[in-house]
Design a protein around this ligand. Structure first.
Ligand SMILES: Cc1cc2nc3c(=O)[nH]c(=O)nc-3n(C[C@H](O)[C@H](O)[C@H](O)COP(=O)(O)O)c2cc1C
Length: 306
């Protein structure tokens, strides 16, 4: 049982020490979690979405608990790319962990401007372009639900960055595989999926929606089977690596995503339940492999037996 497991995986040219990432928007820039765990045990930190200018986000209430999950309509609140670089990135530079910056925008030009600003920042290991946020009126998910729009954003950002480029896909589509193919064709190095599913909850005392915005994004265990299915479909449609997410709470959940075809996984809502969950999953994944005589964690990717 003393066998060592090779936990390294690759997302394009980016090598990660293990396949466990944080899901954007659920781990801020890691600072708050550094009190609970060594961030160096992560494959990478994926930051909250960063836009060109500061965004205040949506009105409250913007979180509602649901059976096996949560609804959020935060709306990509963030301080803007300049403040992000001056504060979060400076702090992240002191940590020995790859940083993947989640990029958001209201327009193609805005995505491009953020990517251009980040290009000279050596602390940024890769970009994750969010074309799937359900909580903004302009941009966001609008880019991720049409092949031409998804292709246009990817092409435009690809033109201004040499960093590994990951595109985050929306589950709120009829055929996620065709969107994945469209962004792969425009030079994406990886895709990540899924973002939240559009949902709604209504308070039966007040007859009002539980979220001020009425609708929001559903995350957590409730969405996991949908996410696993989508990872599996995308895995057979593209050759680029997939970062799978949606309701991962345990080592077994992470393994399931890898078996479906994910090269790496991201953990989101579970961080709100247990701030050390990512460390537990990273360590548990190694134990899982060792216990089964698996030498390289990458062997799990796509290993589902049909
Ligand atoms: C509170 C909250 C904020 C989020 N913010 C972002 C974001 O800024 N950018 C993004 O691409 N995804 C964002 N997401 C989506 C998550 O990264 C993830 O795709 C989704 O929640 C599914 O994973 P989970 O079920 O493990 O949470 C957010 C999710 C939550 C719950």
């Amino acid at each position: 049982m003393s066998q060592t497991v090779d936990m390294r995986v690759r997302l394009g040219s980016l090598e990660l020490r293990n396949p466990v990432l944080t899901a954007s928007g659920t781990f801020a820039s890691g600072r708050e979690y550094a009190d609970f765990m060594q961030l160096e045990c992560l494959g990478a930190i994926v930051t909250k979405g960063v836009s060109l200018h500061p965004w205040t986000g949506n009105a409250s209430p913007r979180i509602a608990e649901t059976a096996s999950g949560m609804l959020n309509s935060i709306g990509l609140q963030n301080p803007g790319v300049e403040a992000f670089c001056a504060n979060d990135l400076v702090w992240l530079a002191t940590r020995d962990v790859p940083v993947i910056v989640n990029v958001s925008g209201h327009s193609v030009a805005e995505y491009v401007a953020v990517a251009e600003r980040l290009e000279s920042e050596s602390t940024v290991s890769a970009l994750e372009v969010n074309i799937s946020c359900p909580n903004v009126d302009e941009g966001g998910m609008a880019f991720g639900t049409s092949c031409p729009a998804a292709a246009e954003v990817t092409r435009a950002v690809r033109a201004v960055t040499r960093k590994p480029l990951m595109v985050k896909l929306s589950p709120n589509v009829t055929d996620i595989a065709e969107i994945a193919r469209a962004v792969e064709a425009e030079g994406a190095d990886a895709v990540s999926l899924i973002n939240t599913l559009l949902g709604m909850a209504i308070d039966t005392d007040t007859f009002r929606p539980k979220l001020a915005r009425a609708v929001g994004g559903l995350s957590g265990p409730a969405i996991k089977p949908v996410a696993v299915r989508m990872v599996w479909q995308v895995a057979s449609a593209v050759a680029i690596p997939i970062v799978g997410m949606g309701g991962i709470m345990s080592v077994e959940d992470a393994v399931e995503f890898m078996l479906a075809g994910a090269t790496a996984v991201a953990v989101g809502t579970a961080n709100f339940v247990d701030p050390t969950v990512t460390r537990r999953i990273a360590e548990g994944l190694e134990t899982f492999c060792r216990g089964r005589g698996i030498d390289r964690v990458a062997e799990l990717t796509g290993a589902v037996k049909l």
